[in-house]
Design a protein around this ligand. Structure first.
Ligand code: RUB
Length: 307
């Protein structure tokens, strides 16, 4: 359907990882929803919200493990429903207003995380990270701006090599970087002083991030290296309250294009790192243990818990 073209194009880019990382995904989804709603020709508010719901479903299906995108779109829909305005022109204006409000909150959360997280990095230390997280990059950039002298070990992050993006950005910032294959994590973590990774989702059991994160957490615990997660509280996944969380399974071709008899290829993109492995979550509320954080999220963002 032509009307949804703009949404479908963005959904494809997200699926193909041309847009990557929870925050970048949510930002582009919000921008597209603004453009989409601007062009909508509908008769009433009910139809207007329904179209946005449909667009939300298309976007959400592109990366099923991305509660930040889902929460940002749910925020707009919830606010529209609450607002007594019925006039279509006004509603379009409200979509922009609420999107910008969400983006603004996201940006200030990220700045706060960079500020707080950078204090954890000490001179001459080695930071270990995995995949590419814009939130972790914010922390490392801030630490560098504050004059800290440190280096980073990053994984290449198979099968799609997001670690190369991390390594390139770090070297551009003048931060000495060592890139390793994911399987070398257990060996190399012993040389690190601190692990900082991003997250796609916060759940009551732990955080969900790029596949391999839970093995890194395990290795960190064994080596007595503190394991921190940097993420905004908007990444809480309300679906996880009933013990379900979704791990996206990606195309087998990302791993091995050749098909062989009797060989099944599985390609989960994320995994769950349980709370017991997490030293602290660095969020806009400071640094807390994940179990405490759930209560903070509940009181700060009660709408996230709406079922
Ligand atoms: C990216 C990834 C990132 C989180 C957090 O996975 O796991 O650590 O999304 O990113 P993918 P950010 O490459 O499959 O999207 O801190 O930028 O929100």
């Amino acid at each position: 359907m032509k009307q949804f073209d703009i949404i479908e194009r963005t959904a494809s880019k997200i699926k193909e990882l041309k847009i990557q990382g929870a925050e970048n995904i949510a930002k582009s989804a919000l921008q597209r929803i603004q453009e989409f709603s601007e062009k909508l020709e509908v008769n009433d508010k009910y139809e207007f919200i329904n179209k946005i719901e449909e667009a939300k479903k298309i976007l959400a299906e592109s990366r099923p493990t991305e509660p930040l995108m889902l929460n940002s779109l749910n925020f707009i829909i919830t606010m529209l429903e609450k607002n007594p305005v019925n006039e279509i022109k006004e509603l379009k204006h409200l979509v922009s207003l609420y999107s910008n409000e969400f983006l603004h909150n996201l940006e200030s959360a990220k700045n706060k995380i960079a500020e707080v997280g950078s204090t954890l990095i000490k001179d001459e230390e080695i930071v270990f990270t995995h995949c590419h997280s814009s939130t972790v990059m914010g922390i490392l950039k801030k630490a560098k701006e504050n004059g800290k002298r440190f280096s980073v070990i990053c994984t290449e992050t198979r099968p799609l090599f997001q670690g190369r993006k991390t390594a390139k950005e770090l070297s551009a910032l003048g931060i000495p970087t060592t890139m390793i294959v994911d399987a070398a994590s257990s060996y190399m973590i012993e040389k690190a002083n601190i692990v900082i990774v991003g997250a796609d989702a916060i759940t009551p059991k732990g955080i969900i991030n790029k596949v391999g994160t839970s093995l890194i957490a395990l290795a960190a615990k064994k080596a007595w290296v503190p394991f921190y997660v940097a993420c905004e509280l908007y990444k809480f996944d309300p679906r996880s309250l009933d013990e379900t969380y979704i791990i996206e399974e990606r195309d087998r071709n990302e791993i091995w294009k050749t098909k062989r008899k009797m060989i099944e290829i599985r390609n989960p993109a994320f995994d769950l790192t349980e709370n017991e492995y997490i030293t602290g979550i660095i969020s806009e509320e400071g640094i807390q243990h994940p179990q405490v954080l759930i209560h903070i999220i509940q009181s700060k963002y009660p709408w996230l818990f709406r079922r």
